[in-house]
Design a protein around this ligand. Structure first.
Ligand SMILES: *[C@@H]1O[C@H](CO)[C@@H](O)[C@H](O)[C@H]1NC(C)=O
Ligand SMILES: *[C@@H]1O[C@H](CO)[C@@H](O)[C@H](O)[C@H]1NC(C)=O
Length: 146
């Protein structure tokens, strides 16, 4: 009888361990997913400004690409058709900043840093809005409406 009880207690203990361990395993699974370390902020730029839309990823697994109003800008540092745009990317540090020089009105858009799916990793995306104000910084001419 005494033996039975201790067996029974042992089973309960094992069960408890499983119940307790399971959620922490789930947390571990989530921790291993690729995730943003830095997401881009909405930016208000002036004409001619240099703009950096920041995106940094931890445990990067998928491919990273920026989109402008849903249009994919590709994977290379130089972006075809966008001579003022460049990608400052480093796969080992997870840095994928989009740099725009000499900001122009046509750059105003919704941008997204998109990280593609990979084994055990969900795709993730983070967006920011770039507004380009129609005047250069400190300019007080006729077009200064800000
Ligand atoms: C990426 O970052 C690491 C660490 O800062 C650096 O050693 C490496 O040279 C960088 N790679 C590129 C392609 O810039
Ligand atoms: C910036 O862009 C404007 C047109 O939007 C152009 O007139 C000017 O020359 C450019 N400046 C530089 C430094 O490229």
């Amino acid at each position: 009888m005494k033996h039975c009880i201790s067996n029974w207690l042992a089973s309960i203990t094992v069960l408890c361990c499983i119940v307790i361990a399971r959620p922490s395993l789930q947390v571990l699974g989530e921790l291993q997913q690729q995730a943003f370390r830095i997401t881009p902020n909405d930016i208000e730029a002036h004409l001619g400004d240099e703009v950096v839309l920041r995106c940094e990823i931890e445990r990067l697994a998928g491919r990273v690409q920026w989109t402008k109003d849903g249009f994919a800008l590709g994977f290379s540092n130089e972006i075809l058709g966008y001579p003022r745009f460049s990608l400052n990317q480093n796969h080992s540090t997870g840095v994928f900043n989009l740099r725009i020089t000499n900001a122009s009105v046509e750059d105003a858009a919704s941008y997204q840093c998109q990280v593609g799916p990979a084994k055990h990793n969900q795709p993730i995306r983070a967006g920011a809005k770039l507004t380009v104000l129609g005047s250069t910084k400190g300019h007080h001419g006729i077009y200064h409406w800000n």
